[in-house]
Design a protein around this ligand. Structure first.
Ligand code: GLC
Ligand code: CA
Length: 667
């Protein structure tokens, strides 16, 4: 079985628990010193990504292209741009990623091609009306489909451009060098199935469907989200289900919630879709110090089919889009987040996360906490885990696509090339200069944003509720405090954030959870028990809490009323003493927490593992001396010795009567 088969054979709903990392191959690491990142370089940095804790990599387009839209203008769907390596390099990358259990999502850009693509060059020369010509959308006048908006409005005045070779206008929703493919031509469908087979056949785990709302054009409509587009998606999905189970489609549909959910179909179109409208509202809520924008947009978001998942993001490779807000909201966002007109592009803002948040560490943690807590899977944009800066004096959206900052070496440790040769200059803004702001420095400092991010990801991954849970807002008297509960099976996590720059108090209505005890996830510290009456929380500026609402009965941690853990065992009882067994993972820490002889009760146990098992003969049954490594949320770990033996029901009862905490588990 190939490595990839091993990864793909996992849970088909893997994307629900995913933590996705978005990167451009050219920006990450240069493996051959030519100033451009490549697959060989990326392979060298896979350990970094694995260590960060992300589970999935989303790669921006890496195909042959004139690079006039950074690779979203594809000239050949079946190859790798020579700047980034070869197909062999890509295959090796895929293998290396899968070896580390990292899944890989690539781009399927099918709305348009580059005008340099062979199909377009053939089409413009072909006879009008021929199938070759009809790969694209042509017209004798630029007057058709007037209701379609112009997306790149800073650059294009029309969705039609004149082609002197074809003697006709061609349709394009983006740059005029990106002609739209014609989905009314069945041959175009066949071409797309072919390229899907090519990449999925190779083992790619997911495809991001770029610009998916714009596939078809129809007179009298805005040419977005048309029924024909959804019918085509169902056809693509059926093909994937038949041939590549366990893979994922990701819809890039920058639309209002009710139009965006349509891309899930009845669970028979895309598995995941970006939640575009919630993104700007996170920034609005923070700046207005008011939870309303977040609650409002999530209330407007219809439920989605069970196997589907939203993807949440704060930033990406494009401008912070302000298409899915009202005119007033857009004005507000630009005023407070992009005072300098040069920071604006099209309808949005071309800045990275840290500069948008004034490099305020508390705000960075708060926004990331929201990213990791809202219903969906989070997408992290490369560099945001270290709080990288931007450079909006560069053209188009290049200011947020600069080289990853690895160290204080030449070119931020990204490349050994002559600095003048880099595909884009590194960030030297004094506040975000790569000599200070880089991975190496942050790796050395446990207080860095990188460490914080790593811990947040690890903590999130311990609770399925974040990826799979339901969400319910919690009523509270203070509009500056947002609270909600994520619930999945027996996990209930209360998320509380203070959107204000001042200390706040809030009375939360947690009556539904009366009797439970909030346990802070990072520290495992227990707070005051929840009662029927309002629960009081006090929050410092921009504070955030992740609190597990633990039921007071012992059922929750698997222990019985007598404080014992119940384990099911088949065969030898000593089979529970292996590292991966529930005994070590759950029963031991639960026992140690309450054992009277056990050390420092103020420190909370993070993990207990059996380092060694020493058999001790005596009295018939074999007993064991366990060497247990106990690690804590903070500080150095301990080694403790614990003798364990098996006792039958009668003997166990006798022992328990004599010494109530003598038993760990009931088998
Ligand atoms: C998507 C991409 C963007 C690109 C556009 C046209 O919106 O995210 O970067 O410019 O499609 O392909
Ligand atoms: Ca290179």
């Amino acid at each position: 079985m190939s490595q990839n088969a091993a990864v793909s054979a996992g849970d088909p709903l893997w994307y629900k628990d995913a933590v996705i990392y978005q990167l451009h191959i050219k920006s990450f690491f240069d493996g051959n010193d030519d100033g451009i990142g490549d697959f060989r370089g990326l392979i060298q940095k896979l350990d970094y990504l694995e260590n960060l804790g992300v589970t999935t990599l989303w790669l921006l387009p890496f195909y042959p292209s004139p690079l006039r839209d950074d690779g979203y203008d594809i000239a050949d769907y079946y190859n790798v741009h020579p700047d980034y390596g070869t197909m062999r390099d890509f295959r090796r990358f895929l293998q290396e990623a899968h070896k580390r259990n990292l899944r890989v999502v690539t781009e399927l850009v099918i709305n348009h091609t580059s005008d340099q693509h062979a199909w377009f060059q053939r089409a413009r020369r072909a006879k009008a009306g021929s199938p070759e010509r009809d790969y694209y959308v042509w017209s004798d006048t630029p007057d058709k489909y007037q209701e379609a908006r112009i997306i790149f409005q800073d650059f294009e005045g029309s969705n039609w451009s004149w082609d002197p070779v074809a003697n006709a206008y061609f349709w394009h929703r983006f740059y005029s060098h990106q002609p739209d493919l014609n989905f009314d031509n069945p041959r175009v469908h066949e071409e797309i199935i072919r390229m899907l087979d090519f990449w999925m056949g190779m083992g790619v785990d997911g495809l991001r469907l770029d610009a998916i709302p714009y596939l078809y054009e129809r007179e009298g409509t805005n040419c977005e989200n048309l029924p024909e587009t959804h019918a085509f998606l169902k056809k693509l999905r059926a093909h994937v289900d038949a041939h590549y189970p366990g893979r994922m489609f990701l819809a890039e549909a920058n639309q209002w919630p009710e139009d965006a959910v349509a891309y899930f179909g009845d669970g028979d179109e895309c598995h995941t879709a970006f939640h575009f409208p919630v993104m700007p509202r996170l920034y609005m809520a923070l700046r207005m110090e008011d939870r309303f924008p977040i609650i409002d947009i999530l209330d407007q978001t219809p439920p989605i089919p069970d196997p589907c998942q939203w993807l949440m993001f704060l930033r990406n490779h494009d401008e912070l889009t302000l298409e899915m807000v009202t005119d007033e909201e857009r004005d507000y966002m630009r005023r407070v987040y992009a005072e300098d007109p040069r920071a604006r592009i099209n309808l949005g803002i071309r800045r990275r996360l840290a500069p948008l948040l004034e490099n305020n560490r508390k705000k960075l943690e708060l926004m990331n906490t929201l990213l990791f807590s809202l219903p969906g899977s989070p997408v992290i944009y490369y560099g945001d885990e270290i709080g990288m800066g931007d450079n909006y004096y560069l053209g188009d959206r290049d200011g947020v696509r600069t080289p990853m900052q690895w160290s204080l070496d030449r070119n931020a440790g990204f490349s050994y090339a002559n600095p003048q040769k880099l595909y884009l200059p590194v960030i030297i803004d004094p506040e975000y200069h790569y000599e200070v702001l880089n991975v190496e420095n942050q790796q050395k400092n446990v207080s860095s944003l990188l460490w914080w991010t790593r811990q947040a990801i690890a903590t999130r991954k311990r609770y399925k509720a974040f990826g799979r849970g339901s969400m319910k807002f919690v009523a509270g008297d203070n509009a500056q405090v947002l609270a909600f509960v994520r619930e999945h099976e027996d996990e209930r996590i209360l998320v509380v954030v203070n959107l204000s720059k001042y200390t706040q108090m809030a009375l939360l209505d947690l009556a539904d959870y009366a009797g439970s005890t909030p346990v802070e996830l990072y520290s495992q510290n227990r707070l005051l028990e929840v009662k029927e009456s309002s629960y009081v929380v006090t929050l410092s500026p921009y504070a955030y809490y992740w609190l597990a609402l633990e039921r007071e009965t012992h059922e929750d941690d698997g222990t019985t009323d007598e404080g014992m853990y119940e384990l099911e065992v088949q065969g030898e009882w000593s089979s529970v003493l292996t590292e991966s067994h529930e005994f070590a993972a759950q029963a031991l820490p639960a026992y140690l927490r309450t054992a009277r002889w056990f050390g420092d009760k103020r420190r909370s146990i993070q993990h207990a593992s059996i380092a060694d098992t020493l058999p001790v003969e005596g009295g018939g049954e074999t007993a064991y001396l366990l060497v247990i490594e106990v690690s804590y949320r903070e500080g150095a770990s301990d080694t403790v010795l614990l003798p364990v033996a098996y006792a039958g029901a009668d003997k166990a009862q006798r022992l328990l009567d004599e010494s109530p905490r003598s038993a760990i588990a009931r088998l």
